[in-house]
Write a protein that binds this ligand. Structure first.
Ligand code: IPM
Ligand code: MG
Length: 369
């Protein structure tokens, strides 16, 4: 059995709470002889700032470079609201994405039938939903320069962010989306705002050309990002794979999360280019939800998105699709049994804690192993 190197970065808020549960799952997989992990632990976000005044240290970045995959919890919280911008908790997450060149962010939105009532939309709209949002993660307005606030000297200031995309960035994220679609329902919806943004005009042109050149067998639609947001809540099942830029992807994936019942349900994978020599790619796995400071420390956070993120690591980094299926089945199993954390309570009469949810998922895994 190969040993895989994992770097664990629990972060802040509910991060460490949901992390404790995913570590139990990782330990179970090890004991069951399914996969062997060699694990290192690091600090990110506010936790790293408190320890060494940075949102992630160079030493931990080095560990991230050496790892086969990084498992990430969540960062941020009111405690760090007034720390300098460059060392704010989110900067650690952005540095990991940028320095590891994790340009492809996969955010699946799956609505388990048992949870259809926890969604704010009607059951028939979300039940059995299975879409994949592919978000560009290392470009666009998140990283474009100039990015600054300048003093205009007349009592006015100017805030500037730059939305910028080069052809190669659009092509490589497009390829990820088309290749995924081929294994799914063979349909890609590309989204931008070409009606107001030059970067959107280019995005649309490059996607269209790439499709024609390499992926003519896949269905490609284009939809303006505002309209896509509307369609996502009107009739989300019309979509299969959605590919979009960094900022639109950030927003649209939060919208999509509510289709599944809760933000606490969504895992994600952030992937780099595959190295042709080793066949390996850099990768980080994290829940879509944040650090949720309002419920941190209460033991009520939902660990499913975090555990699902380990499932994605098994699938996309370690080529262990059957183990990933096991995790997804175990999650569906506990939901079928009616176990609910507070965020997915719906019409349920009682809820379980973070630890109880983790234990119940392990019990399901045990049955399946
Ligand atoms: C996400 C988060 C991050 C983002 C924040 C925490 C910087 O919202 O992963 O969706 O904006 O990308
Ligand atoms: Mg977000």
């Amino acid at each position: 059995m190969t040993t895989h190197k994992l770097l664990l970065l629990p972060g802040d808020g509910i991060g460490p709470e949901v992390f404790a549960e995913v570590e139990k799952v990782a330990a179970f997989l090890g004991q069951a002889g399914i996969v062997r992990f060699e694990m290192e632990r690091g600090l990110v976000g506010g936790a790293a700032y408190d320890a060494h005044g940075q949102s992630i240290s160079d030493a931990d970045m080095q560990l991230a470079h050496e790892a086969d995959a990084v498992l990430f919890g969540a960062v941020g919280g009111p405690k760090w609201d007034s720390v300098p911008y460059d060392v704010r908790p989110e900067a650690g997450l952005l540095r990991l994405r940028k320095d590891l060149e994790l340009f492809a962010n996969l955010r699946p939105a799956i609505c388990y039938p048992a949870l259809a009532d926890a969604s704010s939309l009607k059951r028939e709209i979300v039940e059995d939903l299975d879409i994949m949002i592919v978000r560009e993660l290392t470009g666009g307005v998140y990283f474009g320069e100039p990015k600054q606030i300048i003093d205009l000297g007349n009592g006015q200031k100017r805030g500037i962010d730059t939305q910028v995309y080069d052809t190669y960035e659009i092509e490589r994220i497009g390829r990820v989306a088309f290749e995924l679609a081929r294994k799914r329902k063979n349909k890609v919806t590309s989204s931008e705002k070409r009606n107001v943004m030059k970067s959107g005009v280019l995005w649309n042109e490059v996607m269209t050309a790439l499709h024609k050149r390499e992926f003519a067998d896949v269905q490609l639609d284009h939809q303006l990002a505002d309209s896509l947001g509307m369609q996502l809540v009107r009739w989300p099942k019309q979509f299969d794979v959605i590919v979009t830029d960094n900022l639109f992807g950030d927003m649209l994936s939060d919208v999509a999360s509510m289709l599944t019942g809760s933000l606490g349900m969504l895992p994600s994978a952030s992937l780099g280019e595959t190295n042709p020599k080793t066949g390996k790619r850099k990768a980080m796995y994290e829940p879509v939800h944040g650090s949720a400071p309002d419920i941190a420390g209460k033991g009520i956070a939902n660990p499913i998105a975090m555990i699902g993120s380990l499932g994605m690591a098994l699938r996309y980094s370690f080529n262990l699709a059957s183990a990933a299926d096991m995790i997804e089945k175990a999650i569906a199993g506990v939901l079928d049994k009616g176990l609910r954390t507070a965020d997915i309570k719906g019409a349920a009469t009682s809820t379980v804690s973070t630890v109880e949810m983790g234990d119940a998922i392990i019990a399901e895994l045990r049955k399946g192993a």
